[in-house]
Design a protein around this ligand. Structure first.
Ligand code: IPE
Ligand code: MG
Length: 238
């Protein structure tokens, strides 16, 4: 185990968040700063995933969510979107081969407009890791919170309509179970890189009580140090 992680774990005052959600932002600016095309930034953005996943798992985080593509990101140039979609195919293959053995990978978001090849790799990765009992790794890809809530509302109304659910029994827990994150703990800590202080349609329902931590560093430069500082911030009382 990483000795730095031991430091955090050995500090009995430190509470580890159950669910950490990260908005991976700044790939384009990372590349621009180096005089490289944006696509290089996206490729570099896959680098921190494996290490941060392992670190979170060793720390005892129950759920880690990476926001890698929002429903709003389709408005980018065709060239960039096409590049990202191909990169995500490689990403899922790499993910299931490289993240710790006991990690369960789940996709949150909609599959509309994703290529059949990408949908296949997502499903393969979910299936191959579905019996793992360790940390859940959510990949928010083609995810948007309002679309998730709209979808949840429709499904809930349908269940009331057909008599599967009684309107008097609808409460917050029931609504939570209509989200993609059904059965998972709420988000305790949101991390966003690259100096942007926005929520960007990310886990609005699940983050009602979350603490936020921001860094000016770009996502491809994200390391354990950032994670440690974010967790320390989570522990600060205010
Ligand atoms: C985040 O980096 C990755 C995706 C949204 C796919 P950006 O592509 O948003 O990088 P910036 O914000 O333009 O630097
Ligand atoms: Mg951005």
């Amino acid at each position: 185990m990483n000795s730095l992680i031991n430091n955090l774990l050995n500090d009995s005052r430190i509470k580890i968040p159950k669910h950490i959600a990260i908005v991976c932002d700044g790939n384009g600016r990372w590349a621009k700063k180096k005089g490289l095309p944006r696509t290089f930034g996206h490729r570099a953005g896959t680098n921190p995933i494996e290490g941060i996943t392992r670190d979170c798992s060793e720390l005892g985080v129950e759920v880690l969510t990476f926001y890698v593509f929002s429903t709003e990101n389709w408005s980018r140039s065709d060239e960039e979107v096409n590049f990202l979609m191909k990169l995500f195919v490689e990403f899922f293959i790499k993910l299931r081969n490289e993240v710790g053995e006991n990690i369960r990978v789940k996709h949150i978001g909609i599959t509309d407009n994703l290529s059949p090849e990408l949908i296949d790799e997502i499903k393969n990765t979910e299936n191959l890791t579905k019996n793992n009992s360790g940390m859940i790794l959510n990949i928010a890809l083609n995810y948007g919170s309002r679309s998730e809530i709209t979808n949840a509302a429709k499904n809930l109304m349908h269940d009331i309509d057909v008599g599967n659910l009684n309107i008097d029994n609808v409460n917050e827990e029931v609504i939570s179970n209509y989200m993609f994150t059904s059965g998972l703990p709420d988000v305790d800590l949101i991390i966003r890189t690259s100096g942007e202080m926005r929520i960007s349609n990310f886990l609005l329902w699940q983050s009602a009580k979350a603490k936020l931590w921001f860094t000016n560093d770009f996502w491809p430069d994200f390391r354990y140090d950032h994670l440690q500082n974010a967790i320390k911030h989570y522990n600060e009382t205010d």
